[in-house]
Design a protein around this ligand. Sequence first.
Ligand SMILES: NC(=O)c1ccc[n+]([C@@H]2O[C@H](COP(=O)([O-])OP(=O)(O)OC[C@H]3O[C@@H](n4cnc5c(N)ncnc54)[C@H](OP(=O)(O)O)[C@@H]3O)[C@@H](O)[C@H]2O)c1
Length: 191
Amino acid sequence: MDLLHKFLNIVLLPITLTVLLLFMPPFLFLKFLWSLKRSIYRENVAAKVILITGASSGIGEYVAYEYAKRGARLALVARREDRLQAVADRARKLGSPEVVVVRADVSKVEECKQFVNEIVNYFGRLDHLVNNAGVSQICLFEVFTQFSDIASIMSCAVHMASLRGKSSHELPVKTSLIFNVVLSLHTLSQS
Ligand SMILES: NC(=O)c1ccc[n+]([C@@H]2O[C@H](COP(=O)([O-])OP(=O)(O)OC[C@H]3O[C@@H](n4cnc5c(N)ncnc54)[C@H](OP(=O)(O)O)[C@@H]3O)[C@@H](O)[C@H]2O)c1
């Protein structure tokens, strides 16, 4: 065993460095070409239908404004309808030709299926799905004693089985892009 460890200590470093030197430059070059292509051939989202969950505040709200500036039609989903209406008003002012708001709780799978179908029936298409709704929590590991403390986070994660887990061909219509904003739970340790 000692011999094996000694052998690995000697060979692993040069092998890792060689692989890095061989693969990193072409990989970085291809990445650069890819980003160049994406900046030149930017997708025109004008009049496209974008469904954003968790659009009543935070990341979802500002994603909605960015799409609105580019002329996309929006379907905004969250539980606080008054907040959604305020976001919808601002999105219209920023340039979105059509905004619908849907009050729904994404932790309930049935509600997810229902609003996806409603939106598809209303617009007749769905181009982008932004799976953003959810809650983040940061707490000390020491105070994190109850699994039930993360029930709200987990229930939102469960809905992702119905939306986040979907690939575009499983939705009722063809969707060209699905963005998933990752749910997070951070526990920090005091020591
Ligand atoms: N901010 C960060 O640093 C960070 C880091 C990692 C991951 N994330 C993830 O990014 C996403 C957005 O974060 P954020 O910082 O923008 O949070 P935020 O400001 O709290 O916004 C969360 C949004 O999700 C909606 N939402 C929450 N639970 C919902 C439910 N059960 N049904 C429907 N809508 C629900 C909220 O609307 P209503 O309350 O009106 O329903 C709100 O619009 C979350 O998934 C979060 O986990 C954020």
